[in-house]
Design a protein around this ligand. Structure first.
Ligand code: CTP
Length: 448
């Protein structure tokens, strides 16, 4: 609200000087869709840039985030204040642009540089008039993502991912012409951070992340950045367990199930990435034997390797460890819950960085097939077992201090005893008994 009050103040002064100020981009679109708007972008027309700077200076401390592009901020406010500009590509990279600021360019010409008709709407802050130069309101009504202009669309290849991301977030269709144009664009020069941001929005903001990947598949644009997902297309699975079809279809269903659960995840991004990557290894391990049996033994181990390479390429984030841990263990809960001994379950939870998220992933993996079965009972058993593990971890176990009082000094052997003690603890052996074991072992070694 504070930001909007400031936007109105700016608009009033701009108007007194003969100009007009518009809300532009996502905030106009979101308002029409009845969605909550986060940041405010405004565009100031029909006054000189020096005049705008003078107005902003009179209202606060001006931060020039892209002064040569006519983009400003006011300290303490989350408003992007821009002047109309034209962008012209001068190379392959996303930074290779020549930018011309022209406050008198006209509304339609200014909106032409935007990606989609729904994002090219302009709303006069003072009068509320919406200027819809490219049919954005109709496209919003018809749930269509349509590019504004062939030439300007191609100036930023990230827009291919933006189309897929918006389609998945809003459950909109991408216009065929936009699909056709997108399929011809070269995405190889994009910066990984930008691609990752779009992926993140699809994974964290969409109810159906599958649409992101399906849209890219329809554009034939999975190969540059999501080759690992593309490699799942056509990979067979045993029909009795996976009536939904190939590994790609299964992964899409798992992603959509995971999207329903991510609000409960301790680390939603790691959880969603694990859902996306959990079966990557099937692309290289799936075999059909002479009886027609489809197997993909140890695929989770290959999934770990492929996921690691994928994450290294896409972003160097610190959640890699969590994602790889979930991917490696994703099969275990469903394989073990009704057959494993308590001891094995305790060892499983002990290997988990985030056992709660592993249970959610196992749920999404199980429900991510055509045969919808009730998972609640299984989840109850898993959660009860996890509770046992947590209770066990609260009980005293052998520490370094204990070993020092037995006369040991920190070193290789010391760590071995700590690990040994922990292993026995997981098996339910009480601390005193473990210590007796260790003490006897030390005595035996000393007497040799
Ligand atoms: N825009 C564009 N091309 C891009 C990025 C942005 O044309 N590659 C324009 C669009 O008009 C967009 C506006 O800049 O609406 C603001 O972009 P951004 O804040 O990235 O996205 P939003 O559309 O606001 O959507 P979101 O809800 O994802 O933030």
């Amino acid at each position: 609200m504070r930001d909007m009050d400031m936007a109105i103040k700016i608009a009033k002064q701009v108007s007194e000087n003969g100009g007009r100020t518009f809300l532009v981009g996502g905030c106009v679109r979101d308002e029409i869709l009845g969605k909550e708007t986060k940041d405010i972008d405004i565009e100031v027309h029909n006054i000189e840039i020096e005049k705008l700077i003078e107005i902003l200076n009179s209202l606060g401390e001006v931060k020039k985030i892209g002064a040569s592009f006519g983009v400003f901020n006011l300290k303490g406010y989350d408003i992007d204040i821009a002047m109309p500009r034209k962008e012209k590509s001068s190379g392959r990279g996303h930074r290779d642009f020549e930018i011309y600021v022209d406050p008198f360019i006209g509304y339609k010409e200014a909106a032409k540089r935007r990606d989609f008709t729904m994002n090219a709407l302009m709303k006069d802050i003072l009068t509320g008039e919406v200027i819809d130069s490219f049919g954005g309101i109709d496209d919003l009504k018809n749930k269509t993502i349509r590019h504004v202009n062939d030439e300007s669309f191609c100036e930023d290849p990230l827009r291919v991912f933006r189309a897929a991301q918006f389609a998945s977030r809003f459950d909109f269709k991408i216009d065929q012409k936009t699909i056709d144009l997108s399929s011809k664009m070269d995405l190889s020069a994009l910066a990984f951070e930008r691609v990752f941001e779009e992926l993140k929005k699809a994974l964290l903001k969409s109810d159906k992340p599958s649409v992101f990947f399906e849209s890219l598949r329809d554009m034939n644009q999975l190969s540059t950045w999501f080759k690992e997902v593309e490699d799942l297309i056509g990979v067979n699975q045993p029909k009795e367990h996976h009536p939904e079809g190939d590994v790609f279809n299964h992964t899409m269903l798992v992603l959509n199930q995971a999207a329903k659960l991510r609000k409960d995840a301790k680390d939603p991004l790691a959880f969603m990435l694990a859902a996306m990557c959990h079966d990557f290894g099937k692309a290289v391990t799936t075999k059909i034997d002479e009886n027609g049996k489809v197997t993909s033994y140890k695929h989770e181990l290959e999934s770990v390797k492929i996921t690691e390479a994928f994450l290294d390429r896409l972003n160097k984030v610190n959640l890699k460890k969590e994602v790889l841990n979930l991917v490696e263990l994703h099969m275990r809960p469903n394989q073990m819950y009704n057959v494993a001994k308590k001891k094995s379950m305790m060892r499983l939870w002990d290997k988990c960085i985030c056992p709660e998220d592993l249970i959610l992933l196992a749920r999404a993996d199980s429900l991510g097939r055509d045969k919808i079965k009730d998972y609640d009972e299984i989840e109850k058993i898993l959660r009860a077992s996890l509770k046992d593990y947590k209770n066990l971890m609260k009980k005293p176990q052998v520490t370094g201090k204990d070993l020092i009082s037995l006369g040991l000094k920190p070193g290789e052997e010391f760590s071995k005893y700590i690990q040994f003690g922990h292993k026995l603890h997981l098996s339910g052996v009480p601390k005193e008994q473990v210590l007796r074991h260790i003490s006897a072992d030390i005595d035996k070694k000393q007497s040799l």
